[in-house]
Design a binder for this molecule. Structure first.
Ligand code: SAH
Length: 567
């Protein structure tokens, strides 16, 4: 399987040259630089520890250009709990040392050698098996699975003690390992897809040569698959992927079965019988076993799941939050990292990036929402992982509703089969409110003042009723060049129900460079203080203001309520 591109983490400008050399080895890798200290990084971060820990938890290979000790201390709290982990390396700022730290089974030594070669130094490999055999026996290449890690470790230490070994079955990569082969050896590496009790002194390696084609309707699918494999004496570890017909793409039972068995799930055109589906998909000579509900194809060579049928496409509509990276939810960051295609208004796509060279950006005009939504489904229906970007929250005057509308209007089954998810973000009203204190601390009403998509008289009516109901008000899209008079009219309506002393918060570019926050009163508010990058919050009759010691004001609307005659 392909390894995700590493993150190159840099603390100062001094290591940028080394970072760039490493980036040439991994063109998809991004350089993450400490904000304010590193110029010319692809991404900036505020806090080294939090950033490195997050990358680690997301399984991103980490190349940190700093002292090994810093990396060790940073990741120490996470190390006890983790089983599988990404490669982690420390590289000296000047490129004079490459130290693999973690992720032996994730190929850290391979990375270390690649980086060391690019920097023209020797990698500080400390793994004995690796040093002796030139490869990690416990980390077979894709297409093969290790039977049992704990037994494997014992096996390797026996080999290190000088024992000879028998190799049974085809293990082409082992040819490069400098193993002392001997047909009479006590130790054996056994490479086969057949189910087998682990015998003492044996390292079992399973070639992933088996494809299992299934119907979603089978009761207890994972159990049934295991039983079917067992009947045919095939090891579960040899399964390369599950395959089902396109028509069953959205089946949760299939998704759960693949998850439980830990194998990819692929789909192919419905051709009737499962055996045929399996045979067509394998694309090489294969023995066909199983029955009508679960067909098993055993190919001669390991199978690459990515070349079999197609994946279920995914479409995530995400919210970036107001702009600052710290206010982006981790699920959104992970989604951006796995995306093949990113769609959205250019400003937001740029804000979400930068992206790797293998990721495709589709920037469009802000007004082409429905077209963008349909384009997203077309891409996702091909099996791609697609992200549609909104600022703030995607469900607040943004892309989520357009995407759902496009789906609702469509009777294309391939669109409805897409794995669609909406991932929330911090909306501008909430980000602005948080900076000012808690102006939306009690009931409030969110309105867009744009009459591009709704008639102005509806807006007037809603404003009038919301103001009358003494709700605090949050105005999105308050004004624009093509809508110059609407805000003034809106303020007249609000003024019918609120005193001129009512607190008002104006947040402009909140969470972005050059942000401003102003606390004024309704009496002072005029439309020329507001533009389309501004969030307008208007207090209710109970909203209070008091000075902060560091300057400025706190604004809040208390949780309690005293009925006052509205008027
Ligand atoms: N989905 C977005 C809103 C899109 S409507 C969200 O949930 O925040 C666009 C309007 O949102 C802008 O006209 C402005 O009123 C407001 N807005 C968006 N981002 C903002 C920011 N960073 N600072 C202030 N207002 C913002």
């Amino acid at each position: 399987m392909t390894r995700p591109a590493p993150a190159i983490v840099v603390l100062g400008n001094g290591s940028l040259a080394t970072a760039q050399k490493i980036q040439q080895v991994y063109p998809g890798a991004l350089i993450h630089g400490l904000a304010g200290r590193v110029e010319g990084a692809d991404r900036t971060y505020q806090e080294f520890g939090a950033t490195v820990r997050e990358l680690y938890l997301q399984d991103t290979p980490i190349i940190a250009l700093c002292a090994a000790g810093i990396v060790i201390r940073t990741l120490a709290p996470l190390l006890l709990e983790k089983g599988v982990e990404p490669p982690v390396l420390a590289v000296a700022e000047d490129g004079s040392a490459v130290v693999p730290l973690l992720g032996g089974l994730g190929g850290v030594n391979v990375l270390a050698r690649e980086i060391a070669a690019a920097l023209d130094v020797a990698a500080a490999i400390t793994t004995s098996g690796e040093l002796r055999f030139g490869t990690c026996l416990l980390n077979p290449p894709s297409g093969y699975a290790l039977g049992d890690l704990e037994l494997g470790k014992r096996f390797v230490s026996d080999l290190l003690a000088g024992e000879t070994v028998r190799i049974e079955g085809a293990a082409p990569w082992l040819a490069q390992a400098q193993l002392k082969e001997n047909p009479q050896a006590r130790l054996a590496v056994h490479v086969d897809h057949v189910e087998r009790e682990a015998v003492a002194n044996e390292l079992l390696i399973y070639p992933r040569r088996v494809l299992v084609a299934v119907n979603a309707s089978v009761v207890n699918l994972p159990g049934a698959i295991r039983d079917a494999l067992h009947r045919e004496k095939i090891a579960v570890q040899s399964v390369a992927c599950l395959l089902a017909a396109d028509s069953e793409m959205a089946s949760p039972a299939l998704r759960d079965a693949a998850l439980e068995l830990g194998v990819p799930l692929r789909f192919a055109d419905d051709v009737g019988a499962l055996a045929e589906l399996a045979r067509d998909a394998v694309g090489q000579p294969a023995a066909l076993l199983g029955d009508e509900a679960i067909a098993i194809a055993v190919a001669e060579q390991p199978l690459d799941p990515l070349s079999i049928g197609r994946a279920r496409g995914r479409l995530a509509v995400i919210g970036l939050g107001p702009g600052a990276a710290e206010l982006m939810v981790p699920a959104v960051k992970a989604e951006l990292a796995r995306a093949n295609d990113i769609l959205g208004y250019e400003t937001y796509v740029r804000m979400a990036g930068p992206f790797r060279t293998d990721q495709v950006m589709h920037c469009t005009d802000n007004r082409e929402e429905m077209q963008r939504a349909r384009h997203a489904f077309e891409l996702a229906a091909q099996g791609r992982s697609v992200v549609v970007v909104s600022s703030g929250d995607p469900g607040v005057f943004a892309m989520a509703a357009a995407v759902l509308e496009a789906l609702h209007e469509s009777d294309d089954a391939s669109w409805h089969n897409v794995d669609l998810e909406i991932l929330p973000g911090v909306s501008a009203s909430l980000a602005t409110a948080a900076q000012a204190g808690a102006p939306l601390g009690h009931d409030f009403c969110v309105l867009s003042l744009s009459d591009n998509l709704k008639p102005w008289d509806i807006i007037e009516k809603r404003l009038d009723l919301a103001a009358q109901a003494d709700l605090a008000l949050a105005f999105y899209n308050p004004i624009s060049r093509s809508r110059p008079w609407q805000l003034g009219r809106a303020l007249e309506i609000v003024a019918r129900h609120r005193t001129p002393q009512t607190p008002v918060v104006l947040g402009r570019d909140v969470g972005r460079p050059g942000q401003t926050l102003r606390v004024i009163t309704l009496g002072q508010l005029t439309p020329d203080q507001v533009d389309m990058r501004t969030m307008v919050l208007i207090g209710s009759s109970t909203t209070c203001v008091f000075p902060r010691v560091e300057g400025g004001k706190w604004v809040y609307t208390p949780r309690w309520y005293q009925t006052k005659p509205a008027g």
